[in-house]
Design a protein around this ligand. Structure first.
Ligand code: G3H
Ligand code: ZN
Length: 287
């Protein structure tokens, strides 16, 4: 069922596990994530970047596809449909399109403007029963055109944004979108701990979930992270499995070129990645 992300994240924070946000790009992606969540009896968040929303022809198409799929696949675990790294305008569009959750990425505004816009969007989202995520500091690297410098969040700014009534807070703690470079300094647990001390029960969000070592993920969860975003890792799994299929010449055998066959190994690979992450995050059997 389609729900806001609030309840599942409050439960995750209290239960010391995290719910995965897996970004979707098309029908296969969406189906793979939903079926895995159902199989593992796990809550799940479907993330839609502005670029992916455009690729799928628009937020209304995405919302209609997700709602129909939940119904026709009999998905009974809690599912949130969430705008990822949304602009102010993108948030308004997703409210209208019937998403159940939005992220307003105001991290590139000065703190006063971030506060003003976040306040307005919190009221709007809550009036529609939707959850809202805000960001402080910035996530390094680039995701779908959203570029961050990677500076660690100021815990006091986190507290100021948390106090606006957002349902989850993304804080830059040295995390990076995409693959981590060999010389990556790791997550700043000092910063995370300081943020959690000041923000109390607020579910914290860890972006850039691809390639973070398992022990760091577990430590982040122990320090209040209740939502972890994964995008690139599913793309890499999909690409590797598809390459293997084509390099083995399977598209040239029989009807191997049929997209329903060609896209199958990649889809199965996404399922395997999602399963691995849900097990690591501890969300299995928490629906
Ligand atoms: O917002 C989505 C993410 O933070 C995903 O990051 O592509 O590094 O897994 P990733
Ligand atoms: Zn992100």
């Amino acid at each position: 069922m389609l729900v806001s992300a609030k309840e599942m994240l409050d439960k995750a924070k209290a239960g010391h596990y995290a719910v995965g946000q897996f970004n979707i790009n098309n029908l296969e992606w969406t189906k793979a994530v939903l079926l895995t969540a159902q199989e593992l009896n796990s809550p799940v968040i479907l993330g839609v970047s502005e670029g992916a929303g455009k690729y799928m022809t628009g937020y209304k198409t995405v919302a209609a596809m997700v709602k129909a799929m939940i119904e026709e696949l009999n998905i009974t675990v809690p599912v949130a449909l969430h705008l990822d790294h949304g602009s102010y305008e993108g948030c308004l569009k997703c409210v209208e399109a019937g998403f159940s959750s939005i992220m307003f990425d105001g991290s590139h505004y000065a703190i006063d403007e971030n506060v003003a816009k976040t306040t307005e969007l919190v009221a709007l989202a809550h009036s529609k029963g939707m959850s809202i995520e805000a960001e402080v500091g910035s996530i390094g690297g680039e995701e779908d055109g959203v570029i961050g410098m990677g500076e660690c969040a100021d815990p006091k700014e986190c507290k100021a944004i948390a106090d606006l009534g957002v349902d989850m807070l993304a804080a830059g703690i040295g995390n990076i979108h995409g693959k981590y470079p060999a010389n990556w300094a790791g997550l700043s647990f000092e910063t995370l701990d300081a943020i959690q001390q000041l923000t109390g029960d607020m579910p914290l969000v860890l972006h850039g979930g691809t390639g973070i070592p398992d022990d760091m993920i577990k430590k982040a969860i122990s320090l209040g992270v209740a939502k972890i975003n994964v995008n690139t890792e599913c793309q890499l799994s999909f690409a590797a499995a598809t390459r293997e299929y084509i390099e083995a010449g399977k598209d040239l055998e029989g009807k191997g070129f049929d997209p329903r066959k060609l896209l199958l190994p990649g889809t199965e690979a996404i399922k395997a990645t999602v399963k691995e992450k849900m097990e690591l995050f501890g969300s299995v059997n928490r629906a």
